[in-house]
Design a protein around this ligand. Structure first.
Ligand code: PHB
Length: 389
């Protein structure tokens, strides 16, 4: 409480708490991991943000959009908090955006609530993130939202016993809880559950345990990136695949950002997710073409799309409010907003400020000379089940 009071005092002293700026620029303060093991998150989100601005101009009405990016290095909530405080107090930003990982969004939520600053979450996917401030709106996904559909798919496809392996923090806990709930409600059995360290996990002992238990499948959530590559490598090397233990996961595992690094080992892995580079729609065709033109050496992924859609949200809201980005006006305008994203149709849920969207079931296949998450089923307009009490 003491912390909170002093934060407000500082904000007021600097005239930052929602006060008008001398200049008319729309300042967006971005808190992102730009270095360290999660630097790819920041890069992908910014790629999406910049692409949107390149296509739609850097002015909304008469307000010029200015981005200020601060690196929070990944899982370092105290750095995220300090970065956001500086953005609010010193830079006097109108909007906070970005947030690669849940601890970062958790750390900054209370500041958004107190300063009444809109906070656009472009990745962090623990269900409860949006409850940390009434001024948060999310354009990525939630782990319960993408985990329930793969549990249902498993039940329909003869998988009766599952061992769950999840990263030991918010999104992992959410993924585990929802997977277990949906899978057991449909008659499936959980034969083991393990939580792995968020930082530098060594998967070998966990993989051995799973192998010895012989489940029909292992359900995995680890934050997108190198951890998934390491897990898949161990899964193949230790012979789990050969033993007939299937690997199912949320699409974080087969993220296009690391799919090439996984190589053939990824072929056949079934996941559920809200975005695939391979998604067939005119909007995604345009998006992926523009992305490759702008960034020939990167592959468009779900984080880039959340950054792109996050900017769309900001532009659309400001058009609706006539340029007013103050917290209450911003959030009122954002609630219920719908548009066609490269991922498919999306809605900002008016109750939760989270995103309602299609979740696709995909399988990794070679398409031409590239590995792709090829969608073969869809569950339409999924709300975050994590919010349903
Ligand atoms: C998160 O920390 O919320 C997070 C990170 C990476 C993911 C999903 C969620 O792939």
């Amino acid at each position: 409480m003491q912390m909170k009071k002093s934060l407000i005092a500082v904000a007021l002293a600097f005239g930052a708490a929602g006060a008008a700026h001398a200049a008319n620029d729309l300042k967006i303060g971005m808190v992102l991991p730009m270095s360290g093991p999660f630097a790819g998150y920041g890069q992908q989100i910014l790629n999406g943000v910049h692409l949107y601005m390149a296509e739609h101009g850097d002015k909304i009405g008469d307000r010029k959009v200015e981005l200020i990016v601060k690196d929070d290095t990944g899982v370092a909530p105290e750095l995220s908090k300090r970065a956001a405080q500086e953005l609010v107090v010193k830079d006097k930003v109108d909007i906070l955006a970005g947030f690669g990982l849940t601890p970062s969004a958790f750390a900054v939520g209370p500041l958004s609530a107190q300063a009444k600053i809109p906070m656009v979450v472009m990745n962090a996917a623990t269900s409860s993130v949006t409850e940390k401030s009434p001024y948060i709106v999310r354009t990525s996904m939630t782990l319960p939202q993408v985990s329930a559909p793969i549990a249902t798919w498993a039940l329909k496809n003869g998988i009766k016993t599952v061992y769950t392996v999840v990263a030991d923090y918010g999104p992992g806990h959410d993924a585990e809880k929802q997977f277990v709930k949906t899978f057991t409600a449909g008659g499936g059995k959980i034969v083991g559950e393990v939580r792995t360290p968020v930082k530098n996990p060594d998967f070998s002992p966990f993989l051995q345990k799973v192998k010895d238990t012989k489940p029909d499948a292992v359900f995995l959530f680890v934050p997108a990136g190198e951890q998934g590559v390491a897990f898949l490598k161990g899964y193949k090397e230790r012979g789990l695949a050969k033993d007939g233990i299937k690997l199912i996961s949320t699409g974080d595992l087969t993220d296009e950002d690391v799919l090439d690094a996984m190589g053939e080992a990824a072929v056949g892995v079934v996941t559920s997710f809200h975005y695939s580079e391979d998604h067939k729609s005119p909007e995604n065709k345009a998006y992926t073409q523009a992305y490759y033109k702008a960034y020939p050496n990167k592959r468009p992924n779900f984080m880039s799309v959340a950054g792109y859609d996050g900017m769309h949200l900001i532009y659309a809201v400001l058009k609706k409010t006539g340029g007013d980005a103050t917290g209450d006006k911003f959030i009122a305008a954002a609630k219920g907003m719908k548009w066609e994203s490269p991922r498919g149709p999306i809605t900002i849920d008016p109750e939760t400020r989270d995103i309602d969207q299609n979740i696709y079931i995909r399988k990794v296949e070679k398409v031409g000379d590239k590995l792709q998450n090829v969608e073969f089923d869809v569950i339409r307009d999924v709300k975050d089940p994590g919010k349903q009490k």
